[in-house]
Ligand binder design. Sequence first.
Ligand code: F0G
Length: 438
Amino acid sequence: MPAELVCFEENCRARFAISEVLYNCRHCGGLLEARYDPPEQSALMLKRLWRERRTSNLPLDQSGVWRYREFIPFLPGYNCVVTLREGNTPLLESRQAAQYGGLDRLVFKHQGFNPTGSFKDNGMTCGTAQALRLGMTRVACVSTGNTSASMAAYASAAGLQPIIFIPHGNISYGKLAQALEYGARTLQVEANFDQILALVRQLAERLGIYLLNSINPFRIEGQKTIMTEMLDQRDWRVPDWVVLPGGNLGNTAAFGKALREMKQLGLIGRLPRLAIIQAEGAAPFYELMRRRRGKRAPRLAPVEHPETLATAIKIGDPVSWPKARHEVTASGGVVEKVTEQEIADAKAVIGRSGIGCEPASAATLAGIRKLTATGVMAADADVVAVLTGNVLKDPDYIYRYHTGSLDAPNGRPIQSNFGNQPVIVPNNAERIAAIIGS
Ligand code: F0G
């Protein structure tokens, strides 16, 4: 069996054909994941092959996802792949951010350098390939913005019709604008992300539309390559920590699976610890992992009205929590939560170092600062933080922060501790020279 879908639930493990249109186990309702036989090549051969492909002009090799295709072998062939040259995102070191986070060194894996500006592109190239392989014509997703922007682009590029569902008034204009520009049928629903996901899951089945939320196991396969590329870029030196924001927890599931599989294949010798950071007002996974100590395996208690200005992670009932719990535990990882003020300040620090990111991404640095302060993370630890989205995704937030007009969801003003006010000046060289001089 070269590739199959397997139920993630330990006491079920039902198996299904890789070409079934299925998002949950038909027996127990559990999450599904793709499983494969190990590749023919040795770890050393794979490393060489993947490195060589960086000099190739073949679209498939130029993709930072499909370059690692032996690691995600769910397709019988590659004619249905549409690539916008996703992945290929840099590792960027920031001295200022390291200092702010209480670390000697800090490196960001910046997924905002993707074609639509977020890590969703890594997964979406795989999701759309699978949609084409299954003969689907329409694809749908619910989104806090980035998934919809990415799906709109990839589906349109693939000749599929994208239909997106977004919480009305709760996504940034940068993301909404992308969906419109890339030609998605855009439905703004008067409900929150979790409510809309339940709605769309019913509709997808009824209308025969392929669902491309991160519940889709092929999206997870694509997002695995973020970790593969990161390690390839580090010449396979494993960091001590990988830090990422947690929303619907698809990325946590993907990174954990990738790291475990790379260890099984002998590509790496040990696992880095995962640190998942949530926004205080939308932190059901943080609460779950905190409660874990007492009872045995409690279920996640959804947050009914999640609140955060980091709208990308404004999710109260994350779908992938069982996978995420497994991955955090397997890696000896931690979950932390951070305030709106902490996110806003961390974001400005990342911006000042010339890197920039969207609010949800900055939760990583805010979390690192807390984890070093409490001694969980050592100052000399080797840390890679994943910036999930581009700085231009949410310009309104930036303008408000720097001009002192950003309010938290509870109405309390956010202090612009690292504010950078623009100055209005008259059309007068003398006066301007005086202002700049001072
Ligand atoms: N960061 C950004 C910029 C995101 O857009 C998301 C998720 C996350 C972090 C959280 O990742 O869900 O895998 O835990 N955005 C989704 C969307 C939900 O619809 O665009 P996760």
